[in-house]
Design a binder for this molecule. Structure first.
Ligand SMILES: Cc1ncc(COP(=O)(O)O)c(C=O)c1O
Length: 384
């Protein structure tokens, strides 16, 4: 008999006790637990939302806010994505190979069920063993089998550890680079090659690409098969992190022609749509790189500041190769005790590493979403 699905407690709800302890300190909680941007979105986004053109004049009557927006994304936004993919990631892709989603969390959580409908003989979703929890949850929500791929000592997937049985049952492999929570850069070429030889589509979550510190941003596009290098691979992106637009909910997926065509048709039937003004705002921010440089500078300075604070208290965390998290070993390997201590004494809320899989135990994750003034407050509370 199969048992009824009961949603597990949402990981961040398990931080309520620590949050309460941090909140009572003068100055309140410094919340580094969730990777939600708190810096302002660029002006161009707000102007586009308000229906203004780049010069601040009312844009022509496109009806963007009135009618149903195109589920696959407006031509304007898809062209902006195509152009950004070429100029920033160096990958040329046909316009038909691009479609939008309502932020990538939605895409990560729902795609397994559409893949199951397409390949009913398969039942498995492969994902990195220490990773963003929605990869596993998407499999569970579709009634599928989540199978964690072990990581090596540098937090990259050990693809050789995937059994031939799991590979033959797999609907998809998720890869995430720069990776949340570890900040590691995975080998996207190796992931694409594994997928090709195993006959498994590879979905590459690249939402932190702009915050790559070791070298230029990377994409799986170009590493797949076919003349454009996109056969068998799909890259997943969003402006949530790049442009501080998490509240506007817009992302996209691009790659394998057959998969993108299939997914965009299914998603059209299911009614996934990004509001028209938000699509315009996303197109506007993709044409602007200046604000991304400002944000990169903010995150890097905060990473250095936080690393220095933690180094005075316990093991020094490595700086990440990408992303805006510090993945920090907890003293004595007890991530819950360390989370509680940091909350009670420093008023700072962090995430225990086990939120990202059992292999994350012994670590905590700190998101660089508070300003330097707030990090200074934490340092002074802790006397370091
Ligand atoms: C690895 C990863 N993928 C996807 C997302 C979801 O981002 P969004 O839905 O805002 O595009 C997040 C958010 O934290 C993330 O860390």
């Amino acid at each position: 008999m199969t048992s009824a699905f009961v949603p597990p407690v949402y990981p961040y709800d398990r931080l309520d006790r620590a949050r309460e302890a941090a909140s009572i300190l003068p100055g309140g909680v410094v919340d580094l637990s969730i990777g939600t941007p708190t810096d302002p979105p660029p002006e161009v986004a707000l102007a586009a939302l308000a229906g203004l053109d780049a010069g601040g004049r009312p844009a022509d009557e496109s009806g963007a806010a009135r009618g149903y927006p195109p589920s696959i994304g407006s031509q304007e936004l898809r062209l902006a994505i195509q152009h950004w993919t070429k100029s920033r990631l160096g990958a040329g892709i046909p316009l038909d190979a691009v479609a939008v989603c309502v932020g990538t969390k939605e895409f990560v959580a729902t795609t397994p069920q559409w893949m199951k409908l397409r390949y009913p003989g398969r039942d498995t979703v492969l994902y990195p063993a220490v990773s963003y929890p929605t990869y596993e949850m998407g499999a569970r929500l579709a009634g599928l089998r989540p199978v964690a791929v072990p990581l090596d000592s540098t937090w990259r997937m050990d693809l050789s550890a995937i059994s031939s049985d799991d590979a033959s049952r797999a609907l998809m492999l998720w890869v995430n680079s720069p990776g949340n929570p570890s900040g590691a850069l995975d080998d996207l070429g190796a992931a694409a090659a594994w997928g090709r030889s195993a006959g498994v589509p590879v979905f590459s979550d690249e939402c932190y690409a702009e915050f790559t510190w070791d070298g230029p941003p990377q994409t799986i596009l170009g590493h797949g098969g076919g003349p454009d290098g996109i056969d068998g691979v799909v890259a997943v992106h969003s402006v949530s992190k790049r442009s501080n637009m998490a509240g506007m909910r817009v992302g996209w997926y691009a790659g394998d022609g057959d998969l993108v065509t299939y997914l965009r048709e299914v998603r059209k039937h299911a009614g996934f749509m990004v509001p028209g003004p938000v699509q315009r705002a996303a197109a506007a921010v993709l044409a602007d790189q200046g604000h991304v440089e400002v944000q990169r500078d903010r995150y890097w300075k905060r990473l250095l500041r936080c690393q220095a604070i933690l180094a005075r208290l316990g093991p020094t965390p490595d700086l990440p190769a990408g992303g805006f998290y510090l993945w920090s070993p907890a003293p004595a390997g007890d991530e819950w005790a360390w989370t509680d201590w940091l909350a009670a004494k420093g008023g700072v809320l962090v995430s225990p590493g086990s939120f990202y899989g059992p292999g994350g135990a012994g670590y905590v994750r700190l998101a660089m979403v508070a300003g330097l003034d707030r990090l200074d407050l934490v340092a002074s509370r802790l006397g370091v």
